[in-house]
Design a protein around this ligand. Sequence first.
Ligand code: PMP
Length: 419
Amino acid sequence: SLLGRFCTGGGAPAPSGSPARDFATLPNARELAEARRLGQRHNLSNPFFQPHDGVAGARTRIAGREMLNFASYNYLGLNGDPRVNLAAAEALALHGSSASASRMVSGERPVHAQLEAALARNYGAEEALVLVSGHATNVSVIGHLLGPDDLVVHDQLIHNSCAEGMRLSGARRVAFPHNDPEAAERALAGARARHKRALLLIEGHYSMDGTVPDLARFRDMARRHDAWLMVDEAHGLGCLGPTGRGVWEAQGVSPDAADIWMGTLSKTLASCGGFIAGSRALVDWLRHTLPGFVYSVGLPPPMAAAAECALRLMEEEPWRVERLQRNTRRFRAALQARGFDTGGSTGGSIVPVILGSSLRAVRLAEKMAAQGINVQPIAFPVVPEGQARLRFFLSSEHEESELDEAAEALGRAAREVAA
Ligand code: PMP
């Protein structure tokens, strides 16, 4: 967020001479400078880019201070789990820290196929493919799958990585209002015939709002309009469904609902990277032609081993998923009981508190930090002005007393910061 960077210094002054070489004329540079001035004028500290010491989970340490933490994606507490660490350490000892080449050339290690088989199983898919970044996965796959003759109909809140992929593809893009299947169907019906291929693009669990789509409805409409359905499960895996297998499990829908499952290794799976799960035809094509895979290094073996171990632990210890979901329900109810607006969130790990102005959100985050609680404000331009919020990421590791304490602290902070 621009508001977030206001206190990190303005960098070197613009070089005199050619405006074409002046970085301060780049898009958003003026807004960034304005947000920084605003922050200074209101004497706000910068809530962003704060280094944490050690593993950030339900608790963390920032600048030597223990804090309750609601700003990490360590949903099931598996980052820092000794078994995950050991898996990574063993792979490190065996293979070193890098795959040292594209997998196609000489970067393939057995752990890649093991991880992919486990991910494919989770989504009832024939195959899966892992890449070095979740963001890069969406950019590369969507950018590669579609071309200028094609159509992509997507939820308006779709993640930036999907938006970048769509832009790269040159396909015609039509956004529909958040989680509105009727509007999505109108968009498909209106534009499908004029395009060769079509992709319907949604998330399984939206990261800004904690909302969840009606998977069966999107599946049915995709099939009616001869479109692929792609679901970004970055926040679905580990958070939705009785055993964390994702939105399909949560809704009792067969996982073949989606033609393309996408997810990341960086949240529940305590690692770094992205994946696609789907049919053999799709994955085989990607494996041999996808620029972000073919021309990029293989996932570092320790990261692959960590993700594979974390996925196994998710399966073997379903109490983690149950606790995460119980914590989320408890926390959401505690906030609602205090009159906070938690939007449409129903999912298993994300609770937004919609506050209105960006300034109020930043101020409230500051008050929470003063009470030893780390929660991130989400401000304009990431969300529209008037929709600024605090976003709480829950963890299976939070104690119920900590959740009650945080809800209490937010109530106090809100009374101190007038609307
Ligand atoms: N998709 C969604 C919905 C996300 O929220 C994110 C990151 N927060 C990504 C993709 C990118 O994943 P990564 O951070 O693992 O690159």
